[in-house]
Design a protein around this ligand. Sequence first.
Ligand code: ADP
Ligand code: ZN
Ligand code: ZN
Length: 756
Amino acid sequence: MKYVEVVLPLPLDGLFTYSVAGDSEAMIREGCRVLVPLGKSKRYVGIVMHVVEVEPAFDVKPIVAVVDRQPILLPRQMRLWQWISNYYLSPLGDIYKAALPAGLKAEEGYKPKTETYVTLAEAYRSEQALHVALNILARATKQFKAFTDFLSLSHWDSLSGNTTQEPLTELTREELMNAANCSSTVVKALVDRKMLSLYEREVGRLNTSEEAQAKQIKPLSEAQAKAFSAICAQFSTKNVVLLHGVTSSGKTEIYVHLIQQELDRGRQVLYLLPEIALTVQMMSRLKKVFGSRLGIYHSKYSDAERVEIWKKQLSDAPYDIILGARSAVFLPFKSLGLVIIDEEHETSFKQQEPSPRYHARSAAIMLAAMYRAKTLLGTATPSMESYFNAQQGKYGLVTLSTRFKNIGLPEIEVVDTKDLQHRKMMTGPFSPRLLEAIHKAMSEEKQVILFQNRRGFAPRIECKDCGWVPRCTNCDVTLTYHKQFNQLSCHYCGFTYGVPETCPKCGGVHLTGRGYGTEKIEDKVRELFPEARVARMDLDTTHTRNAYERIIDDFSAGRTNILIGTQMISKGLDFDNVSVVGILDADAMLNYPDFRAYEHAFMMMSQVSGRAGRKGRRGLVVLQTKNADLPVINQVVNHDFKAFARDLLDERSLFHYPPFYHLVYVYLKHAKNEVVETASLEMGGRLRQYFADRVLGPDKPAVARVKTMHIRKIVIKLESSIDRNRVREALRYVQKQMMQDKHYAALHIYYDVDPL
Ligand code: ADP
Ligand code: ZN
Ligand code: ZN
């Protein structure tokens, strides 16, 4: 008898022990899936984390079945799960849920795709029998044609005497129907006559037909070649190197050379991107060079496709390069040599909801370390964390400060909208300067990007008479008006509401939208530039994978002239013909109530500016703000990352913020406000016993109720010298103490480690 410790896809920390007997005993291995019972009637697919021989001291149930003969998790993947669980204080079950495609987690999850083939029925596999068949069919014209077409297409050619062997060519029902130009009823009739028979065959969903295309590796420019050698040199002493290269300096071309070098050494590469929008463009760039050696893995792919990629990575012929978003870090690799984290500063690398709240950059660096692989972080605007690590010498640093072909960085013009509004000179959200620039771009057949980091039509609806504002009944937030659906929607819980005709408070009829979302800007642009072809890219227009591709393709190919979008369009995309970028409202970003507001605003503005004038002439950015005299605006204008980082780091050091201090946010959540109130006070007190004045709060977070649950937040600021293992122990201990109080049975305590 053997025993297995199994992780289940449940938000629970511990492992579950089961016994394994009989045939399964020899088969069972760590990393294999097993089907196990839980409670009275539930069954789950779990993963074996440990196989032990020692009988446990408590009663255990036997497993139901072993699912895999070969592990689907390799030892390093299991270690990564454990690292994430420990570091981010997330239950291992949550990592399991996040890491595996659904098809690998459910009992009947994944169904291989099959195709129906036609073949000649056994009884007719002789020349004589075929003659009989043809005679029978003589008057059924369609069936006759389909049958004879079948014979010749699949090379059951009676005249060549090949009647007893297998067909030379296998034929699908689909192919036969197309070739004979007949319907499936005709094929069915032949099957009913027992002349043809059908069989099913598994086919992969992955596109394997693309052969590696002729290599199109571009030779590096002198500056790029220098950066490339510097990266390689730094890798000899550092595991992580930060490539700080301005937008359009050719970072991607450098990645291509690094990837090729790694492939030549027979090792695999993981290339992480923050957004799906980006992978679309990067995919086509990399496909041109690496063809079928490249696999793509992200959440817009069907689950079944993801299962097949997972299995392929475990096979003897895995993809050499995986391009993917966050979750690709969980894929199994056989011989990882290099991890590239492109746009490393992007906050979407950190998962917010649900748990595990892990940062894919940190996870990827850990993963690379386990393989003794190297990690390259690339960006035009490094995160403070990575920049600081580079300054401290923990990471290598390579800088590329000129654009490819020495094209100038875009000129950024600041327009003070406070003054213009005062003088009533704004046309909706547009300043005269921006309108003029768009007109000019249109007349020169150039393209324009307009950036507004708010989706929907109007971020706020207000009653002009009494000031009433519609709010979500489940969350403490105001609702956004979406004109396309004529709905009010909550961007926190997704709930939608009808639009009231009259004010429910005063009965007034003057409900008006306030502010500009991307949808309203689109309307306005269509009104002001009726001749322009306009597209919008935000969460509402990109529900499907094809929608992304279409919007980006259309804009790349010049089929659209003006692209409006949220932060989705701000980064990484490479368009040739964009001469003007408009940042409509920098203030929403600058005024965001978080210590990272300026960091995010600087990056967002620099990145979206970087989309302008990448080829040919220098681009123009019109930056509209009411805070024109803030130093950060000036730093954006001067492309002065160094000054920006220096100011920011000074401030962070002074106020004990990252990267000098580590933050852990502790959240408490409960349906009743009173419970969460007392619980958070109590927990704050208990935490102070360990961490003294490192503990701040509890406080109400900016949105203190989400999906009907009341939330409190406690902040813990930790100096970098503190032993983080001890911190985690203390947190777990305090949580345990809290949970012993039965008033808190339904209390949910969770953590955000290194929050963004
Ligand atoms: P980044 O990733 O730094 O923003 P890209 O790699 O996208 O920059 O390069 C910007 C543009 O310049 C791209 O269209 C790219 O193809 C082109 N480019 C960069 N380096 C080279 C090179 N060495 N040879 C040819 N084209 C290049
Ligand atoms: Zn009113
Ligand atoms: Zn809500």
